[in-house]
Write a protein that binds this ligand. Sequence first.
Ligand code: SF4
Length: 177
Amino acid sequence: MAKVKVATAWLDSCSGCHMSFLDLDEALIGLADKLEFGESPITDIKKFTPCDVGILEGSISNHHDEEVAKDLRANCKILMVFGDCACFGGINNMRNFFTDEEITSRYYSTESTTPGSATPKSKELPALTKVRPVNQVVKVDCYVPGCPPTPKMILYALTELLEGRLPVLPTEIMRFD
Ligand code: SF4
């Protein structure tokens, strides 16, 4: 049977959701028979190609995040978001109380930097946007909330997807043990 091709990306996030995925430990070995990982921070392959399932971590907080989310959406049949940042904006929503100038100034000027020694003017920096959950930018097919979602929740969602069902997480699995 052909393996299900999965691609993942992290947007504005702490990478904790991907770490929780890696915490599946030995269950990853079972999944490896059925899943094939393409583009992902795990494989460090960055250019998306057509895949069965796309998985996003993190909120959409700048133009680059928007491009990544749209690119993955265009390349996947099913898009799953995992983690509170991707599902709801998460802790990143706190940024929406401040102006872009206040935010970039704080990024580059802290109690431990010399004033003016770092500047947020690089052309490499993507322009900020308001923080949004992924579904405010692209269509999302299924959600795995949590900060981070537990490995058990992630495994349940992936197993459902492999069985051809869109995962709807039961309440009992959404509690920390
Ligand atoms: S949901 Fe939590 S663990 Fe996941 S990226 Fe956001 S802050 Fe990190």
